[in-house]
Write a protein that binds this ligand. Structure first.
Ligand code: 21W
Length: 221
């Protein structure tokens, strides 16, 4: 998969996408990631990317010309162009799975008070990562890229996708334990040491259900 990111803060992407599974996906060629500076698509001496809102009001907006020029240069008919904005569709595992099917994604990261409305004519999706206010769309882009990358064929072990499946439209996970069997007075539940796999399975299902009822009843609806 090819992913392009258009941002005012390309330096923010150094680090988070250079480790772990994303690094392996990039090194192996499964993911071809390119981070592009929006200022590269300006033509004036000051590399202007923002301007005041018509009608007045606080803050600045991303002006349309550099974004249109960048998208026209970076996207083709197979590209899914995704705007990261606090007013977008809430990102979830279902959307991650959908995006992982595409051959080319282009993320437009919001900044300042947001985009000139006409930029919306360039995009297929508007995505938010949740109901809280961040300073710009760079961290959301990295969150989405991370979630999508681990779903690309060859990045994870085979059984991980079926495990994710049960999490994303089922319940929370059951509780996990590793050695030692007793730690600072806290015992691992006997059933997990019993070797009785039918009982272990049953206990885990119950745990997952109880935990979901308590913490995330919305998932059971
Ligand atoms: C935050 C841009 C607030 C614009 C009315 C007028 C991308 C984001 C962002 C940002 C505003 C995402 C206002 C979750 C996020 C992002 C920067 C609007 C207030 N209201 N997902 N002015 N949270 N954030 N400014 O913040 O670009 S995806």
């Amino acid at each position: 998969m090819k992913i392009d990111v258009l941002t005012l803060f390309p330096e923010m992407f150094v680090g988070p996408l250079d480790f772990s599974m994303v690094k392996r996906a990039r090194d192996s060629g499964i993911l071809n990631l390119r981070v592009v500076n929006l200022r590269d698509y300006t033509h004036d001496r000051h590399k202007t990317v923002d301007d005041k809102p018509f009608g007045g009001g606080p803050g600045m907006l991303l002006k349309p010309e550099p974004i249109f020029e960048a998208v026209e240069n970076l996207a083709n008919a197979t590209t899914r162009v995704i705007m990261l904005t606090p007013t977008g569709r809430k990102f979830d595992q279902q959307l991650a799975r959908e995006l992982a099917q595409q051959e080319h994604l282009l993320f437009l990261c919001g900044a300042y008070e947001g985009f000139d409305e006409r930029v919306r004519t360039l995009v297929q999706d508007e995505v938010s990562i949740g109901d809280y206010v961040l300073t710009n769309g760079a961290l959301p882009a990295m969150v989405v890229i991370d979630a999508v990358t681990r779903l690309l064929p060859g990045v994870l072990g085979d059984d991980q996708s079926s495990q994710d499946e049960s999490f994303s439209h089922g319940t929370l996970e059951y509780s996990h334990y590793t050695r030692p069997a007793e730690f600072r007075g806290m015992r691992v539940p006997d059933v997990l040491l019993s070797g009785n796999h039918a009982e272990i399975e049953k206990w885990r299902r119950e745990q997952a259900k109880l935990r979901t009822e308590e913490r995330r009843p919305d998932l059971l609806e």
